[in-house]
Design a protein around this ligand. Structure first.
Ligand code: ATP
Length: 874
C-alpha cells in the first residue's frame, strides 16, 4: 500500500490506533502475531553445497584434483596403486572441512555484531511515552523522531516542525528532503516526492516529527531492497588485499619453478614426463599457503570479538586493522575526554562580584539562575529522593542548582509560560526562548560568551572578559545569559531578529571534570606514537586548561580557535597542522579540514563524533568513531566503529586490539610463508643437484594443511607483547614484509632448506646405521620428517620477539598442544607401516631419528640465538 492519500484520521482508524494514547499492550501483542517483527530477513546464506562449490573452484583445489587425476591415470596404466589418489583426495576434503569450519566460526562472530547495532526508538503506547527496541514496532504505533535519528519503519507523518530527511539509501539523493505532514501527494509520486511519508533506514537531519507506523520489516520500502543490500560483497582489509596480490605472485613463482624443474628433469636427467609432472605439481602445491586466508579472517573476527568485550563495536571489518595503525586521534572533549557531568561552581550577576555556587544567593544571582532555567529544556524528577534528569548535562547543571536553591522549575515555568523556542545548535552556540511575563514578553538568550549579542560598553566588556577568563582558566565552561523585553509578542521570530541588542544578565562557570582514565590514555597513546588532538565547541581558555590537565596540550603545542582556523589557507593548515593540539570553538564542518590536513601529511586519522553534522567528518576519517551513548543514529551510521561507553580510553584500548590482530596476522604470514618459500628452494636445489625430489606433493600437502595449518589457527589467539603499545604506528602503505619481516622470513627459509637438504643427503648418501643403510627412500623420509617438525617448531619462533623461554610454552595452550599433536602425527605416519606406505615413508633407525630431531630443532635454536643477539644490541 502507498499510505499517502488518506487523511490522517482515516489512517488512524484503519490502523485501529489513537494519536494521543497509541496502541494498547494487547493490540501490540496481537499485531506482533499478525505482522511479525520489524526486522529485515537475513540475506540468503550460502548453503553448504555452495560453500563446497566455492572451495572446488579455488586454484589450490584445482591443482590438487589435477594431481589426483594424473595419479589415477598412473594407477590404471602402470599398476602404480591407488594410495596416492586416495591421499590427495583425502587432503582436499580435509582442507575443505577445516576451511568451511573456520569460516563458519568467523561468520558467527561477525553476525553477532549485527544484533548489537540495534537501536531504540520513542513510541507512545497505552498513553505513555517510552523507548522500545525498533524491532518491536508494529503498524499503528505512534512514534516520535528527532534530528539525528534513523527512521525505524515506514510511517506517515502526523505533525512535524522543520523536518528534513536524507533518503539517499533509498533514492540515491544525498541532499536532505523537506518533509511536511500537510503535503498533498499523488499516488503516482516516486518515493523521493512522497513528502508526507518517512521511510525506514533514512536519516533525520533536522527538526522533529510525530508519525504513525504503516509498514514494518520486509514490507517497508527498504525491506523490499534489503535482499540487494545483503548481496554486497564482503569488505577486505588493506592487508587482506595485499595478501591476495601476494598469493597471485607466489602462484606465478611456483609455476615458473615448476616449468624449470620439468625441463631439468626431463631433458637433463631423462626422467619420464608423467613422473616429472607430478614433481612440478608438488611445487605448485608447495608454494600455496592453503590455510592463510582462513586464518587471517579468523584473526580479524577474533579481534572484533575482543573489541566488543572492551566496549568497541566494529561496523566495518577493515577498521580492525586501520585502528591499530592510527597515528592521530582527534577527539571531542565533552563526554569523551571529560565526564559530561557538569556542576556549576561560580556565578556572576551583572554589577555584583562573582560568588561560589555553594554560597547563599542574593536576589541578583537567583534571578540569573532563574533566567537560565527558563531557557533550558532539561527536567529533573525527584521520586523517593531518587533524581532522574532528562536533558543535556549543561542544562541539567542549571536545573540541579535551581532545585538546590529551593525553586521548582515547573512552578517557575507556570509563572512565566514559554511561548516560543529557538533551539540550541552547535554552530550558533546560542539558545533563545520567549516567555509571557506580567507586562509583556521576555526573550531570554543563553550561550557562549563570545557569541552572545550583548551591547557591552567598553569598560563593562573589559570587566566581563576578566570574569570570563578567570572562570575559564579554572577549566570551567562558561554560559552567559542575556535578555530583551517586548511589549507585544514579536512577529519576526528569526535568530537574526531575536538574538541581537540584548541586555547582559550574568554568567555561570561550570566544571566538567576529566574522566579519570583520560590522562593515562593520552600518555599511552603518546608512547604508541599517536598524537591526541582535542576538538571542542568550548572556549579556547577552558579547552586549553583541560587539555593541559590531561596532557594533550604541552609546551610544544598550540591551541587555535575556529575563527583563526577559518582565516588559514589549506596549504598553511597542512604545513602547520602538527603544531596544533587543541581546536576550540570549532563547528563540525571544521573537523573535515582537520582530518584532511592530517591525511595530506600521510597520517592515519581516527575522528570521534556524535552529532548529525559530524557524519561527513566521520566518513572522511580513516576510522570514524561514533559515541554509543550520546551519539545520534546519523553519526553511528557514518562511523566505522562505535565506542559504547563514549570514553577516550576505549579508543586507545581498541588501538591495542587492532595492533594485536595485525601482529597476529603478520606472525601467521611469517610462520606459513617461511615454510612455503623453503619448500620451493628445497625442491629446486635438490633437483638441480641431481639428488631427486626430496618430498612429494602429498607430503607437502600434509605439512601445509595438517602440521602447519592446525597449530597456525591458534596464532589468531596469541596475546600481544607488552611492547605492542611502545612502537610507532605502521605507515599507511607499508608492505606486508615491512619492519624486517621479509628478511626474517628469507633467513628462516634458508635455514629450513639447509637442514632439510642435510637430512636428505645424510639419509640418501651416508650410512649411519648398518642395518638400515643409505637409500633415496630413507633420504626422503628424513627430509619429510625434518621439514615437518622444523616448520611446526618454528611456530614458537614467530609467537614473540622475546625468547620462548621468557613468554613460556604454555602461555598459549591450544597452540602448544596442537603443535605437539602435529609432531606426533608426523611420527605416527612414519612408523605405522600402512600409513607410512601411503606417504612413501620407510623405516629408519634410532640414530636416523635422533639426527632428524636435532636437525629439526636447529631453526628454533638459530632464532633463539638471533633474539639473544638482538636483545644484547638493544
Ligand atoms: P565538545 O565539542 O567538546 O563535545 P560541545 O559539543 O559540548 O563540546 P558545544 O555543545 O558546541 O560544545 O558547546 C559550545 C558552547 O556552547 C559552550 O561552551 C557553551 O557556552 C554553549 N552551550 C552549550 N550548551 C548550551 C545550551 N544548551 N544552551 C546554550 N548554550 C550552550
Amino acid at each position: 500500500m502507498l499510505w499517502v492519500k488518506e487523511s490522517v484520521e482515516q489512517l488512524l482508524s484503519k490502523l485501529h490506533t489513537n494519536l494521543d494514547t497509541g496502541l494498547t499492550k494487547e493490540q501490540v501483542k496481537q499485531k506482533h502475531t499478525e505482522f511479525g517483527t520489524n526486522e529485515f530477513e537475513e540475506g540468503k546464506k550460502e548453503t553448504l553445497l555452495q560453500k563446497i562449490g566455492h572451495h572446488l573452484i579455488e586454484i589450490t583445489t584445482i591443482v590438487l584434483l589435477f594431481a589426483a587425476a594424473i595419479s589415477a591415470y598412473l594407477a590404471i596404466t602402470t599398476g602404480y596403486g591407488w594410495a596416492k589418489v586416495v591421499v590427495i583426495l583425502g587432503i582436499v576434503v580435509l582442507n575443505m572441512v577445516l576451511g568451511i569450519y573456520q569460516e563458519n566460526s568467523a561468520e558467527k562472530a561477525l553476525a553477532a555484531l549485527q544484533s548489537m547495532n540495534a537501536h531504540l526508538t520513542t513510541v507512545v503506547r497505552d498513553g505513555v511515552r517510552m523507548q522500545v527496541d525498533a524491532a518491536e514496532l508494529v503498524p499503528g504505533d505512534i512514534i516520535e523522531i528527532v534530528a539525528g535519528d534513523m527512521i525505524p519503519a515506514d510511517a506517515r507523518i502526523i505533525s512535524s516542525s522543520s523536518l528534513q530527511v536524507e533518503e539517499s539509501a533509498l533514492t540515491g539523493e544525498s541532499v536532505p528532503v523537506e518533509k511536511d505532514a500537510n503535503a498533498v501527494v499523488s499516488e503516482k509520486a516516486p518515493i523521493g516526492d512522497r513528502l508526507n511519508m518517512l521511510y525506514s533506514g533514512c536519516l533525520v537531519t533536522n527538526g522533529r516529527a510525530t508519525a504513525v507506523v504503516v509498514e514494518i520489516g520486509m514490507e517497508t520500502e527498504m525491506g523490499k531492497i534489503a535482499g540487494l543490500l545483503n548481496s554486497t560483497s564482503k569488505l577486505m582489509t588493506p592487508l587482506q588485499l595485499r595478501l591476495k596480490e601476494l598469493a597471485k605472485r607466489l602462484s606465478i613463482v611456483a609455476l615458473l619453478a615448476g616449468i624449470l624443474i620439468f625441463i631439468i628433469d626431463v631433458y637433463v636427467y631423462g626422467e619420464t614426463i608423467i613422473e616429472t609432472l607430478m614433481i612440478a605439481i608438488s611445487l605448485a602445491v608447495a608454494a600455496v599457503p592453503e590455510t592463510l586466508p582462513v586464518i587471517v579472517t579468523l584473526t580479524l573476527a577474533y579481534g572484533v570479538q575482543n573489541m566488543v568485550r572492551k566496549n568497541t563495536i566494529i561496523r566495518r571489518i577493515p577498521a580492525v586493522e586501520t585502528i591499530g595503525n592510527t597515528s592521530v586521534i582527534c577527539s571531542d572533549k565533552t563526554g569523551t575526554l571529560t565526564q559530561n557531568k557538569m556542576i556549576i561552581q561560580q556565578i556572576w550577576a551583572a554589577n555584583h562580584t562573582p560568588v561560589k555556587a555553594t554560597t547563599g544567593f542574593e536576589s541578583a544571582e537567583q534571578k540569573v539562575l532563574e533566567m537560565l532555567s527558563l531557557a533550558s529544556n532539561a527536567t529533573i524528577d525527584i521520586t523517593d529522593g531518587e533524581e532522574t534528569i532528562i536533558g543535556d548535562p549543561t542544562e541539567s547543571a542549571i536545573i540541579r542548582l535551581l532545585e538546590e536553591k529551593g525553586t521548582n522549575k515547573k512552578a517557575l515555568e507556570a509563572k512565566y509560560p514559554r511561548v516560543f523556542e529557538l533551539p540550541f545548535d552547535s554552530d550558533r552556540k546560542l539558545m533563545t526562548t520567549i516567555h509571557q511575563v506580567e507586562d509583556g514578553f521576555l526573550s531570554i538568550t543563553k550561550g557562549a560568551f563570545d557569541r552572545i549579542p550583548v551591547n557591552f560598553s567598553p569598560e563593562f566588556l573589559k570587566e566581563a572578559e576578566q570574569v570570563h577568563d578567570s572562570f575559564a582558566e579554572k577549566a570551567l565552561r562558561v554560559l552567559v545569559v542575556a535578555y530583551k523585553k517586548y511589549a507585544e509578542m514579536p512577529t519576526d521570530l528569526s535568530s537574526e531578529a531575536l538574538e541581537t541588542d540584548l541586555t547582559f544578565a550574568g554568567m555561570v562557570g561550570m566544571i566538567d571534570p576529566p574522566r579519570p582514565e583520560s590522562k593515562a590514555a593520552v600518555l599511552a597513546a603518546k608512547k604508541a606514537g599517536i598524537k591526541t588532538v582535542m576538538i571542542t565547541g568550548d572556549h579556547i581558555v577552558t579547552a586549553s586548561a583541560i587539555a593541559k590537565e590531561i596532557g594533550i596540550l604541552t609546551d610544544e603545542d598550540k591551541a587555535i580557535t575556529g575563527a583563526e582556523l577559518a582565516e588559514m589557507s589549506e596549504e598553511d593548515l597542512e604545513k602547520n597542522i602538527r603544531d596544533y593540539a587543541v581546536y576550540a570553538r570549532v563547528s563540525p564542518e571544521d573537523k573535515i579540514r582537520i582530518v584532511k590536513a592530517w591525511q595530506k601529511n600521510g597520517e592515519i586519522v581516527t575522528m570521534t563524533g556524535d552529532g548529525v553534522n559530524d557524519a561527513p567528518a566521520l566518513k572522511a576519517a580513516d576510522v570514524g568513531s561514533a559515541m554509543g551513548i550520546t551519539g545520534t543514529d546519523v553519526s553511528k551510521n557514518a562511523a566505522d566503529m562505535v565506542i559504547t561507553d563514549d570514553n577516550f580510553a576505549t579508543i586507545v584500548d581498541a588501538v591495542k586490539e587492532g595492533r594485536t590482530a595485525y601482529e597476529n596476522i603478520r606472525k601467521t604470514i611469517y610462520f606459513l610463508l617461511s615454510t612455503n618459500f623453503s619448500q620451493i628452494f628445497i625442491m629446486l636445489i635438490a633437483i638441480i643437484l641431481g639428488w631427486g625430489a626430496p618430498v612429494v606433493a602429498v607430503q607437502l600437502l600434509l605439512i601445509n594443511v595438517v602440521s602447519d595449518g592446525i597449530p597456525g589457527f591458534f596464532l589468531s589467539r596469541e596475546k600481544a607483547d607488552d611492547s605492542i603499545m611502545e612502537r610507532k604506528p605502521i605507515p599507511k602503505n607499508a608492505g606486508i614484509f615491512a619492519n624486517g619481516l621479509g628478511k626474517k622470513m628469507a633467513t628462516q627459509a634458508v635455514v629450513f632448506t639447509v637442514v632439510t637438504l642435510a637430512g636428505f643427503y645424510i639419509g640418501q648418501f651416508v650410512t649411519i646405521n648398518q642395518s638400515i643403510g643409505a637409500s633415496y627412500e630413507v633420504g626422503m623420509t628424513m627430509a619429510f620428517v625434518i621439514l615437518a617438525w622444523s616448520s611446526v617448531a618454528h611456530i614458537f619462533n614467530v609467537r614473540s620477539d622475546k625468547s620462548i623461554f621468557t613468554i613460556g610454552f604454555l602461555s598459549n595452550r591450544g597452540l602448544f598442544f596442537s603443535a605437539i599433536c602435529s609432531m606426533l602425527i608426523i611420527l605416527g605416519l612414519a612408523i605405522i607401516p600402512p600409513l607410512a606406505n601411503m606417504f612413501f615413508l620407510v623405516e629408519m633407525s634410532l640414530t636416523h631419528w635422533i639426527v632428524a630431531f636435532i636437525l629439526s630443532m636447529f631453526p628454533l635454536l638459530f632464532v633463539e640465538i638471533q633474539k639473544l643477539i638482538q636483545r644484547k644490541k638493544a
